[in-house]
Design a protein around this ligand. Structure first.
Ligand SMILES: Cc1cc2nc3c(=O)[nH]c(=O)nc-3n(C[C@H](O)[C@H](O)[C@H](O)COP(=O)(O)O)c2cc1C
Length: 198
């Protein structure tokens, strides 16, 4: 069993990042429930070094895909994402969604012909994971149509990942007196999700 942890917990709080605390609660509980399982991490250094695709880079990627050259370096993150059996993505709530580095990661994993494909009945996901969990923390209270959550829910469906769960530790800046209790409650929810067999 292999879990892919996409660590986009970019934070001025460093080790005290509230988003990172959610991720750590998930990983600890997940590993405790599966002592023999493996966690592979896509670190912030990888995410923050991603370059946006230019037209030339897209042409090159399309040419590689047309030639079936999915072993090329540009597909490395997509191959890793496709093979993971469970995926957890953690990112703070920034500017109504998440940091730009995570948007770039999405461009790299959205490799047509590898993680999904089209036929005349539409788009079909080709990823192996049974579940994708999205963890986020935000300053404001949670809105019903939070863009980051909706986005990852739809991505999971596009990639053929049938189960999507999320935890949004919300209101942490709007309600500073309640922030520790809100974060504790979110961590508890995260632990319960991590312990579930999927
Ligand atoms: C660049 C930036 C943008 C933010 N944008 C939002 C926002 O749009 N809505 C919101 O509710 N909080 C926003 N916040 C507050 C963070 O979501 C909140 O403090 C979060 O808990 C930070 O997580 P961290 O402790 O892991 O850094 C923003 C914070 C930063 C640094």
């Amino acid at each position: 069993m292999k879990l892919l942890f996409v660590d986009c917990c970019v934070s001025q709080r460093g080790a005290d990042s509230r988003t990172k605390r959610l991720a750590e609660a998930f990983l600890e509980a997940w590993q405790a429930a599966r002592p023999d399982a493996e966690v592979e991490t896509v670190g912030q250094e990888v995410l923050l070094a991603l370059r946006p695709f230019t037209p030339d880079a897209l042409n090159e990627r399309d040419a590689l895909a047309a030639a079936g050259r999915f072993d090329a370096p540009v597909f490395r993150l997509a191959r890793q994402f496709r093979e993971a059996e469970e995926i957890v993505v953690a990112a703070p709530f920034w500017d109504l969604s998440f940091p730009a580095a995570l948007r770039l990661y999405i461009e790299y994993i959205s490799a047509n012909g590898l993680c999904y494909h089209y036929d005349n009945s539409g788009c079909h996901g080709d990823c192996r994971a049974r579940r994708l969990v999205y963890l986020t923390s935000g300053g404001d209270v949670e809105r019903e149509d939070s863009v980051g959550v909706l986005y990852w829910r739809q991505l999971a469906a596009m990639f053929g990942i049938s189960r999507f769960d999320y935890v949004f530790a919300a209101g942490l800046d709007a309600l500073p007196d309640q922030a520790p209790a809100l974060l504790d409650a979110a961590q508890e929810l995260v632990r319960r999700l991590a312990e579930e067999t999927v």
